[in-house]
Structure formats: C-alpha cells, structure tokens
Ligand binder design. Structure first.
Ligand code: COA
Length: 177
C-alpha cells in the first residue's frame, strides 16, 4: 500500500524537502546537483510514500517555452526519482500520472528532458523532433546535444503543436533543459 501526496514547495516542511532531496540523491546515485535541486523546487510536488517513507517523487515547475514564435506556459518536470530498492514496481508511474494531471489543469503543455524515453512514452509523452535552443536576452543559441532528450505532453491548448518546430527555453543556472 502507498499514499500519494500532492503539495507545493511553499506548503512542504523543511524535513519533507530534505527527505525528497535525499531520495533524489539516492535515485541518481549521488549525481543530483545543487542546481538540479534548484530546478526541482518552486512548483508542485508529488510524493509516493509508504508509512513515513518517501519512496518516489516528481515535481513540476513553471517555465515559458517558445514553439517557433509562440510562447507557451509550460509545466516542466524535474526531480523524478524512486528509491533504488523500490524501482520497477510502478511507483514512478504513479507519481508521473499525478504530475501529468497537474500539468493538464495548470499549464498549456508539459515538457521535460530525459534519457528514459520509454518510461515517459508509456505515460503519453512524446519525443520532440525539432531543433532546440536556449535564449539569453535576445539571443537564441542552438542546443543540439539536448535535442534527443526533450519530450512534451500535448493536450488542449497544445494538442496541435508541431513536434518538428524549433523549441526554445530561457537560460538558467545548471542545465538549461
Ligand atoms: C526512472 C525512474 C524514476 C522510474 O521509477 P520507477 O518507480 O522504477 O518506475 P516504474 O516502476 O513505474 O516503471 C519502471 C519500469 O518498471 C516497469 N514496471 C512498472 N510496474 C511494474 C510492475 N508492477 N511489475 C514489473 N514491472 C513494472 C515499467 O514497465 C517500467 O519500464 P520502462 O521504464 O521500460 O517503461 C527510476 O528508475 C529512477 O529513479 N531512476 C533514476 C533517476 C532517473 O533516471 N530519473 C528519471 C530521469 S528524467
């Protein structure tokens, strides 16, 4: 049995945020940076827990992405991880299904960057096929090495978005995508 908790960063206690950060450190084998954590906070979190144990987590934060020249309010998924001993039991899918519900109700499109395309494709996410860019001020720079990782969740206002169009994010500390 497990419980699903949905809350904003502002609503979370310091202890809960520390538990999430520890979980992500474990899930990523210690390769979860200060910048990765910065990207994970400031929006919504889903935690799948068993008793007091935090087993799986996913977050979504607001970003504006431009599809060609059209700015979209996007829910950008960050900090997806399941405790190593509990992986492969469906908990990550539960967390992502709930985060996708939040994206559909709060944003115009979902986006994320991953190497685990199959995991997200099963949940209705699609690979971006166009060129990606990062914008700093008025300058947009091509991020060719990121093209393969970017995926989107289209629905309602984004259901007709062209997956082969240019896609641009704003720069940020750490990984742009
Ligand atoms: C990616 C990650 C979050 C998935 O979490 P998870 O809890 O293992 O996810 P699930 O169990 O729902 O799904 C994982 C696999 O188990 C399979 N699975 C799900 N439920 C299952 C079940 N009851 N029995 C057997 N297999 C099952 C799924 O088919 C899935 O396979 P797929 O990834 O090839 O599609 C987890 O592996 C992780 O933390 N990885 C390290 C960090 C990372 O890479 N994060 C994502 C980067 S964007």
């Amino acid at each position: 049995m497990h419980d699903i908790h949905l809350f904003t960063t502002a609503e979370a206690s310091g202890d809960l945020l520390a538990a999430i950060r520890r979980l992500l450190g474990d899930a990523y084998g210690g390769d979860f940076s200060e910048e990765d954590w910065e990207h994970t906070i400031g929006g919504w979190h889903v935690v799948v827990a068993d008793g007091g144990a935090t087993l799986s987590h996913a977050a979504v934060v607001p970003r504006v992405l431009e599809v060609a020249d059209r700015p979209l309010n996007v829910g950008y998924v960050e900090g997806v991880g399941t405790a190593p001993v509990r992986q492969g039991a469906g908990l990550g899918s539960v967390a992502m299904a709930k985060i996708s519900e939040v994206i559909r109700s709060e944003y115009e499109m979902g986006a994320l960057s991953t190497g685990r395309h199959d995991f997200y494709e099963r949940l209705g996410w699609e690979r971006w096929r166009g060129p990606t860019f990062v914008r700093s001020g008025s300058q947009a720079v091509r991020t060719e090495e990121e093209d393969y990782g970017v995926m989107v969740l289209r629905f309602g206002p984004s259901k007709d978005v062209d997956l082969t169009a240019p896609l641009t994010c704003e720069t940020r500390r750490g990984d742009d995508w």
